[in-house]
Write a protein that binds this ligand. Structure first.
Ligand code: PMP
Length: 312
């Protein structure tokens, strides 16, 4: 992966090679960091880079920080402006991934959240696809379980919790699958390794509620709105059993990185007719147009990078 040219680090934009931390840093030793994942989409016709729902992403980012007893001293609007300045300086003319990361910066020994220095950084890199087979992914039910809210809350994007994701992803990929589905400790489906999930049964779109140890995904929220508004679908948020997935008509995963990824097989069982279904296909096309700023009704989700410097 190409390295960034710049990073926002300790209050200003610096060359990426100057954005360094010491090996004793608390977050490196104890996983006490939180992060975000935001995408910018290049629109060739308009020669503009559109960042997708940055205020929503930075609001969630600051909420993750709050869970970890961090005070970053910035608002989500400040974070958008920092990001705009950084991405403008990079001058990207292609799709990008933007990573804000807040971390406990002290170089000390001792596990805790309080009385520590909070710092944050932002950087961006060119980015293409995350799940290589995004039109017909073959997934497995992971033998790992999703962390419970009383262990490490999944609604925060907490660095240490992503060890759970890493176990899940590595075992799935090494076993020859594209991705994995993860059950809660109570046996209900929560999400993918780093994606929210949706199934279609009897014409209804069904996804687990935010209380099922999921990340409150921005893509999930967007897809729910698009399904209700544009496809006029019923969208239910309720528990999903493992065996319902075997019987569903369509299944897909959503995420900033994964976008709308069609799942056509789980543990060697074809889902529906084993091909990407019509609802998945429609939502996939719609989402891809929306993120690139091609749908007027949803232009308020697209923050242009080069058109202007600051949001209000
Ligand atoms: N769940 C997990 C565990 C994730 O890491 C992600 C990726 N951020 C998602 C779901 C999808 O969230 P979003 O649509 O906000 O990217």
């Amino acid at each position: 992966m190409m390295l960034p040219s710049y990073a926002y680090f300790k209050g200003k934009i610096v060359p990426y090679s100057d954005a360094k931390i010491g090996v004793m840093t608390h977050s490196l030793n104890y996983g006490t960091a939180v992060f975000g994942g935001v995408r910018g989409y290049w629109n060739e016709e308009e020669e503009e880079l559109f960042i997708f729902r940055p205020l929503d992403h930075f609001t969630r980012f600051l909420n993750s920080a709050k869970l970890m007893v961090m005070d970053l001293g910035v608002t989500s609007e400040d974070m958008v402006n920092i990001t705009l300045e950084l991405v403008q300086k990079e001058g990207h003319r292609q799709d990008v991934y933007i990573r804000p990361l807040a971390y406990k910066a002290d170089e000390i020994i001792g596990v805790r959240l309080h009385d520590l220095i909070d710092e944050f950084t932002v950087f961006s890199v060119p980015f293409d696809r995350y799940v290589s087979n995004d039109t017909g992914a073959h997934v497995t039910f992971s033998s790992w379980r999703r962390l419970d809210d009383n262990m490490i809350p999944a609604r925060g994007k907490i660095a240490g919790a992503y060890v759970n994701t890493a176990f899940i992803k590595t075992d799935a990929v090494r076993a020859g699958f594209d991705e994995a589905l993860v059950l809660n400790v109570d046996g209900h489906l929560s999400e993918g390794s780093a994606e929210n999930i949706f199934m279609v049964r009897d014409g209804k779109l069904i996804t687990p509620p935010v209380t099922d140890n999921i990340l409150e995904g921005i893509t999930r929220r967007s897809v729910i709105e698009l399904a209700r508004e544009e496809l006029k679908l019923d969208v239910l948020e309720r528990h999903i059993d493992r065996t319902e997935v075997y019987l569903c008509d369509e299944f897909f995963m959503t995420g900033t990185a994964a976008q709308v990824t069609a799942v056509t097989k789980v543990d060697n069982r074809p889902l529906g007719d084993g091909e990407m279904g019509p609802i998945t296909a429609s939502l996939r096309t719609l989402y891809n147009d929306v993120v690139r700023g091609k749908v007027k009704k949803y232009r308020h989700w697209n923050q242009p990078v080069y058109e202007k410097m600051m949001v209000k």
